[in-house]
Design a protein around this ligand. Sequence first.
Ligand code: A3P
Length: 293
Amino acid sequence: MAEATAHSIDQDDFTHVVKGIRYPPVVTEANLEAMLNFDIRDDDIVIAAYPKSGTNWMLEIVTKILSAGGRTDASSDDMVGKLEFQYPDEPRPHHVMLQECASPRVILTHLTPDTAPPGIAHPQNNVKVIVVMRNPKDTAVSYFHFLEKIKFQTGQKRFPSWDEFFQLFMSGKYNFGCYFDHILGWWQRRDDPHFLFLKYENMKQDLPKAVKTVAAFLQVKLDDASIETIAHACTFSSMKASLDNSRYRGRAVNARKGIVGDWKTMFTDEQSRLLDSKCKTKLEGTGLQFNFE
Ligand code: A3P
């Protein structure tokens, strides 16, 4: 695909660039500025993820763990909403609405450490940050299909074709910026005990193990039976119906396939080779690697 085509999409309406990162219109410049002064609470739990990496999945796991541990009555639908968003049907930005949320709050964000509130980028005391990561090929395919599903709701005139989207993803020019900068920014914090890193592919492979790891990180004591019950409730098939029926449009189109390896339905051999090579350049020596099958 010609770079010129990607450029024309790049310049399209309905997105804007702040400090080198492209955002959708729901992430306003004012909201991004407000991140600097966002008040973090000592018992906040943050889920940080590049879009389409399994944010809602982790939210479900965390709320079910908190609920089983008697720490919250809230459901995942009550916790929905990204920290940096200004939802069209809400008069107030989400970071303002979060001020009224009961503790413990579960805060979702697609921001990088450089753009997130200092209390999230450099957590102190009991603040906990869970970073969810997914292999870049499935992330890109999931993102592309998500755009397809919401295009009729956004009013945006033109959406990228798969080839155009691939180009934008590779060059880090789509919303929320470069996938690699994003995950590597968080990954730098891997030795900080305030952080837990989980990969989508590992969650798929052994969900009870992932649930147990998250519960231990959140210091919620659960027996094996409770872990199994939560894992069962958080499988794709268990979650799909409730996601499909969510009153939030982003969530209602969230559950698509929920598998590892769906990239093969979209990627050409050349695209796969290009992304493999980018992974090698960006991830070599970082200790970070992904399963693609
Ligand atoms: P697909 O589009 O590949 O199906 P996010 O919540 O960050 O937007 O991520 C959305 C992706 O997570 C979608 O991927 C969605 O299907 C998947 N997902 C949601 N719940 C899941 C679950 N319980 N198990 C596996 N994948 C899930």
